[in-house]
Design a protein. Structure first.
Length: 350
């Protein structure tokens, strides 16, 4: 990853007794609340047809952090902002929320503990810093279009007394180095392959023309980008939010793609939206008043139940139980009325 001397010394966050730090799970996600998202039923005379407002109109974008025992922070780490038009939720805004709110609030609420932040695989969560190592931002030769200035990197080389050396990704003239020069400096350029290209191509879905093969960016030896992407420093490159969290002494994981059901904040969003729908005023002013109240209305006990449900879902997946199968329903939705009574399987969403 991009070399930063300040990363050599991370703060010592161990407890004074020498014991390991308690690990607290913190999950994050975003949700949109819309002005026209009200109840979906109404009384209408048989001779009349229901007239509903079209579209979702204006809305609010909410980004929040939740722990198994409730929302993060006494002052709340959430961010509420208008959405649509020229206003967008970006990776830079997420980074500001993490650094300015989430981490300070966590350390105030759980002193002496270490956070395990969990994010889904959206582009905002995986946004890299401006000087991050990315082969997709490099051309075969120095400079050119679609390139950027990358920071210095540490190349592992056991032949060196220090275990490696620092390689600059910028020429003395200020032009970004190309793939060929970087690989030559590392002794990796295959001189026996005269047609070694920057990146392999694959046919487009329409069959007309080709496009760069995205699998090459994951590593390999088929082309220059694949070869450089397989190097340890490029493999170790992390998103800007992950770098900020780990520099503060905490941990980061990412949910598997397309598995919203194991993120218990999704159920928290559903409970909050039930409240805003019941009290919908069909205008932005009322929505701005309702959303903070709806988020506060979800009790910590209910959030804990949502977390317990996702734990059961993950347990079912670890046992290779098929989603929505009878075995899955029994493991996830079985209610235990008493530890002295026979369990009764109930199909419930509670």
């Amino acid at each position: 990853m991009a070399w930063d001397e300040s990363l050599n010394e991370l703060p010592n966050r161990d407890l004074d007794s020498g014991a390991k730090q308690p690990l607290i799970f913190v999950t994050q996600d975003e949700c949109t609340f819309n002005s026209n998202d009200g109840v979906h039923y109404l009384w209408v005379h048989d001779e009349h047809k229901p007239l509903r407002k079209k579209g979702r109109i204006k809305g609010l974008h909410v980004s929040d952090f939740v722990t198994p025992i409730g929302r993060l922070g006494e002052r709340n780490s959430g961010v509420i902002m208008p959405c649509g038009g020229d206003t967008w939720w970006t990776g830079d805004k997420l980074l500001a929320q993490v650094v300015d709110k989430a981490i300070p609030d966590f350390e105030a609420q759980f002193p002496g503990c270490q956070a395990l932040f969990a994010f889904d695989n959206s582009r905002n969560h995986l946004k890299y810093a401006d000087n991050a190592l990315q082969v997709s931002e490099m051309n075969l030769e120095p400079g050119g279009l679609n390139t950027k200035d990358m920071g210095n990197t540490f190349v592992i080389d056991q032949r060196q007394a220090t275990g490696g050396y620092i390689q600059s990704m910028i020429l003395p003239s200020g032009i970004p180095k190309g793939l060929r020069l970087v690989l030559i400096e590392r002794g990796l350029w295959p001189s026996d392959r005269p047609n070694f290209r920057a990146q392999c191509s694959v046919p487009t879905k329409t069959g007309k023309g080709t496009k760069p093969n995205p699998l090459c960016l994951q590593g390999g030896t088929c082309c220059a980008r694949a070869l450089l992407a397989s190097q340890p420093d490029f493999q170790a490159q992390k998103s800007q939010s992950q770098e900020a969290i780990e520099q503060a002494g905490h941990l980061v994981i990412f949910y598997p793609a397309f598995h919203w059901e194991i993120n218990f904040i999704e159920y928290y969003w559903g409970a909050a939206k039930q409240d805003t729908r019941r009290n919908c005023g069909y205008d932005l002013d009322s929505l701005q008043r309702l959303v903070p109240e709806a988020l506060k209305s979800v009790p910590p006990q209910l959030i804990w139940k949502y977390h317990a449900r996702t734990v059961r879902i993950m347990k079912a997946y670890r046992h290779n139980i098929l989603y929505a199968s009878p075995e899955y329903e029994h493991m996830v939705h079985t209610r235990y009325r008493s530890h002295r009574r026979v369990t009764i399987a109930e199909s419930t969403s509670a």
